[in-house]
Design a protein around this ligand. Structure first.
Ligand code: HEC
Ligand code: HEC
Ligand code: HEC
Ligand code: HEC
Ligand code: HEC
Length: 217
């Protein structure tokens, strides 16, 4: 009797141990998945806005260039959000009474800017510059995705350090000629030769791009 009982107790202990181990593994896998998930990195973040502005209509439909509204993108660190006057160049004639545009008209008469909610927001200890990318062959689409297909603006890239570095280690396949910078649906230099040619044209040296001080200064 006694030995049999002990063997059972042993196997019970083994079952419990295996169970605890499996649970621990499951918890850490779950934690890792959550940590790495879009939820954690804000991929897919598309906040509610004061006016339901659609890039799909204005870029995809009307064919406006990004720089028409984001005029700082080539000359400063920030792309900039257009002032109400930019909207009014058209909307003083188009859709003048639309309910949807009431906040835009109100912003004009009260001279208070619309309070857009930021979609992308890097931590303050990270230095980022639009000018540095846009003038060196990195197109909007490489970081923001198919904006021309967005009825609501949504974050497409994780904006983690790993993501920045994956391009800084090997920028060549992500480069395009300057006249394609704001194009949507353009495939960057996918063959090695044209990538290397663009690396030379823009005088890009990947070694300094990996240094901490490039992004943390
Ligand atoms: C007619 C003006 C207009 C044009 C043209 C335009 N945008 Fe915008 N864009 C806006 C406005 C207004 C916002 C703020 C509201 C929003 O986030 O949807 C915005 C927001 C954005 C944001 C998110 C900013 C944030 O808060 O992080 C990105 C990215 C962006 N635009 C990229 C582009 C790109 C790329 C193009 C060209 C393919 C483009 N836009 C063309 C008006 C415009
Ligand atoms: C170059 C002209 C032009 C500019 C600049 C412009 N719009 Fe429009 N917008 C239009 C036209 C045309 C339509 C009607 C689109 C349609 O029905 O296809 C429209 C439609 C809209 C609508 C209705 C919803 C939709 O997308 O169909 C909203 C809201 C809107 N615009 C907001 C804005 C805001 C905010 C700005 C400034 C950041 C702006 N627009 C700048 C031409 C413009
Ligand atoms: C190398 C990646 C990259 C490229 C290329 C890029 N962006 Fe951005 N963009 C970002 C990041 C990262 C942020 C968030 C910056 C922050 O939070 O300080 C951002 C923010 C923005 C914003 C909102 C804040 C601001 O800067 O005023 C707009 C609008 C925008 N981008 C438009 C554009 C347009 C238009 C282009 C192309 C002409 C473009 N971006 C190219 C990565 C990029
Ligand atoms: C798709 C490719 C790509 C992505 C993604 C990217 N970069 Fe860059 N970055 C470049 C290229 C190309 C340059 C230009 C290099 C040069 O001037 O030689 C650059 C330049 C820079 C510079 C200027 C360096 C200097 O010495 O002036 C900074 C700062 C920078 N990147 C920060 C970032 C940060 C932060 C992120 C992520 C949020 C990021 N980049 C994502 C390709 C990229
Ligand atoms: C190409 C740009 C870039 C370079 C180069 C870079 N970082 Fe970062 N780093 C970032 C970004 C972007 C974040 C923000 C990550 C986030 O919010 O998830 C970050 C975050 C961090 C953090 C905060 C903790 C974390 O992981 O979120 C530390 C610490 C850090 N970086 C250290 C370094 C060190 C050390 C180096 C050099 C070996 C370095 N970084 C090089 C872009 C860069």
């Amino acid at each position: 009797m006694a030995p049999l009982f002990r063997r059972r107790a042993n196997s019970l202990a083994v079952v419990i141990l295996v169970g605890i181990l499996a649970l621990l593994v499951a918890i850490s896998v779950f934690a890792y998945v959550v940590y790495r998930s879009p939820y954690q990195t804000d991929v897919g973040y598309a906040p509610e806005q004061p006016v339901p502005f659609s890039h799909q209509h204005h870029v995809g439909g009307l064919g406006l260039d990004c720089r028409y509204c984001h005029s700082g993108v080539e000359t400063s660190d920030f792309a900039g959000i257009p002032p109400t006057l930019t909207c009014m160049t058209c909307h003083s004639q188009e859709w003048t009474n639309a309910e949807m545009l009431a906040p835009v008209r109100q912003s004009l008469t009260t001279e208070t800017p619309l309070s857009w909610t930021r979609v992308h927001d890097l931590a303050d200890y990270v230095y980022f510059s639009h000018r540095a990318h846009v003038n060196n062959g990195v197109g909007c689409e490489s970081c923001h995705g198919r904006v021309d297909k967005m009825p609501m603006t949504v974050q497409k890239a994780p904006l983690t350090m790993k993501w920045c570095l994956s391009c800084h280690r090997n920028p060549a396949p992500n480069l395009r000629p300057l006249d394609e910078i704001t194009s949507m649906g353009y495939s960057p230099a996918t063959d090695g030769a044209s990538g290397q040619m663009l690396m030379q044209r823009y005088r890009i040296h990947p070694d300094t791009l990996k240094e901490c001080a490039t992004c943390h200064r």
